[in-house]
Ligand binder design. Structure first.
Ligand code: BES
Ligand code: MN
Ligand code: ZN
Length: 499
């Protein structure tokens, strides 16, 4: 991850000595106001001229550079389009900040205003947080196996504000934004890593390292311990692979009688489908099948660094789903740790098997709420595309809290139903339940959720993130390809506002 020094400074944007200052302008504006207005006057109307001549149309994320010839402290002005004012939001700030920083990668420092803190109508803290998040998320690249051809030279981001009263809030927002964005990048790095170098044991080691850095309690259950716990779901999925499965537990701020919020992540480090093997096209993307786990680790990191006044537990059910002579077979019946038996009609519906054991394990915490994140079904992507995660919940209050956090972070969720009638689809003749329909793909995402619901006895929400976890092209702060880190910002916001 790129290390960036971020400062918030009191000053006059026209006087700062810097490589470039970044200013956002709404579509349709002819005479800029606020900070851009001050720069425009100092440049003898150069900005107004560019706008009224139509050189720059201020579409969201559009870029225009100009030199200042010593008329102001900055050498260059980097104009970024904010799009239409009526569509402005904190998420637009993230997007334009990402677009701006990509354009400024060759400089060693970029100075900016917190977009939206003035004329945009956002409170200064939100504006600073979104500006910093967008900047760091926009710069992100997965660099483990290849150094970028045009590496970023940026070392410093300076937020400048002339109204002293806003400074404190800007600082809080900038610091939060940095912690959260770096946690998203941490999650992206994990999810982008191939199955080969991140099998369950290695995922567990990464969690242990993280816990050590943050002072969290961490426990890892190996095959023997899983056996003792009766975790037939995790063991069954893992047994086809030479890489043994793990249950990873992270605890933050837990006391004897605290009722924590438990975050559960699907951690299939590679999903071949098992004996019910997947077609070869696009199979490489199944390295992302631990994106839920990555989001949980990223969120635990952010929560701990922000020192949020809550108790939280992260549970990760990690396994590699491969076919072999030892693999789980269609038709096999397994037993989950609460004693329920499952007829496995499709070994590719493995996520729900490992999650079932983790959800049962969550019961021992007497949780206030449990939220699981899983790349669970292709059907969810068919339903919602790449624009929202599917939200399933047995608790209206919890669902509403998640929807609010989604709105604030731009990590969208959309509620989907869990009708009791769907249970018919996974009725088994020989076991308590089966893991997939053998009648075709009706309501696939809901059937996955209905299966999971069998293992919870607390307020619970399930987020199917199959569509949103990777390769999302519609947001400027995502790389066109690769992990998005979806869920880290949503969960952190949820727990920050938890009441
Ligand atoms: N990991 C997949 C779901 C998935 C598919 C995530 C595509 C991201 C992109 C999951 O384990 C799976 O294979 N689900 C099956 C369920 C079915 C067998 C009931 C699916 O979606 O086909
Ligand atoms: Mn699968
Ligand atoms: Zn899977």
């Amino acid at each position: 991850m790129q290390i960036m020094h971020i400062t918030v400074e009191h000053g006059d944007i026209t006087k700062v000595q810097t490589d470039a200052i970044c200013l956002g302008i709404f579509q349709g504006v002819q005479r800029p106001g606020g900070a851009a207005g001050a720069v425009d006057r100092a440049l003898d109307g150069a900005l107004s001229e560019i706008l009224s001549d139509g050189d720059f149309s201020c579409k969201k994320g559009e870029i225009f550079w100009l030199r200042t010839h010593g008329k102001i402290g900055a050498k260059r002005v980097l104009l970024v389009g904010l799009g239409p004012a009526e569509k402005f939001s904190a998420d637009v700030v993230r997007e334009v900040s990402a677009a701006a920083v990509r354009a400024a990668k060759a400089l060693s420092e970029l100075t900016t205003i917190a977009h939206g803190a003035g004329i945009g109508g956002l409170d200064p803290q939100t504006a600073a947080q979104a500006t910093v998040e967008g900047t760091l998320l926009g710069l992100y690249r997965f660099e483990k196996f290849k150094k970028p051809e045009e590496p970023s030279k940026l070392e410093r981001l300076r937020l400048v504000e002339h109204n002293a009263e806003k400074l404190e809030q800007l600082k809080v927002g900038a610091q939060r934004g940095q912690i959260i964005a770096e946690s998203v990048c941490f999650a992206r790095d994990l999810a982008n890593e191939p199955g080969q170098s991140l099998p369950p044991q290695e995922l567990a080691r990464r969690a242990q390292n993280l816990a050590q850095e943050l002072g969290l309690h961490c426990e890892v259950f190996d095959e023997k311990a899983l056996e003792q716990l009766g975790m037939g779901g995790i063991l069954a999925v893992g047994k086809g692979s030479d890489e043994p499965p793990r249950l990873i537990v992270l605890e933050y701020n837990l006391t004897k009688d605290s009722k924590p919020i438990v975050l559960v992540g699907k951690g299939i480090t590679f999903d071949s489908g098992g004996i019910s093997i997947k077609p070869r096209e696009g199979l490489e993307a199944m390295k992302y099948d631990m994106s839920g786990a990555a989001a949980v680790l990223g969120a635990m990191r952010a929560i701990a660094l922000l020192k949020l006044p809550i108790s939280a537990v992260g549970l990760i059910a990690a396994a590699e789903n491969l076919p072999s002579g030892k693999a789980l077979k269609p038709g096999d019946v397994i037993r989950i740790s609460n004693g329920k038996t499952v007829e496995v009609t499709n070994t590719d519906a493995e996520g729900r098997l490992v999650l079932a054991d983790a959800l049962v394990y969550a019961q021992r915490y007497n949780p206030q709420a449990v939220i699981d994140l899983a790349t669970l079904t292709g059907a969810c992507t068919i339903a919602l595309g790449k624009e929202a995660a599917g939200l399933f919940s047995n608790d209206e209050t919890l669902a509403q809290k998640i929807q609010k956090a989604a709105q604030q972070t731009g990590e969208r969720v959309w509620p989907l139903p869990m009708y009791d009638e769907y249970k018919e689809i996974i009725k088994s003749e020989i076991a308590d339940i089966k893991n997939s329909a053998n009648k075709g793909p009706q309501a696939g995402a809901a059937v996955g959720a209905i299966f999971l619901r069998e293992f919870v006895n607390y307020p619970w929400a399930h987020l199917d993130i199959a569509g949103v976890a990777y390769d999302v092209e519609s947001r400027l702060y995502y790389a066109k390809q690769g992990a998005t880190g979806y869920g880290v910002r949503l969960l952190t916001q949820l727990l920050q506002d938890w009441k």
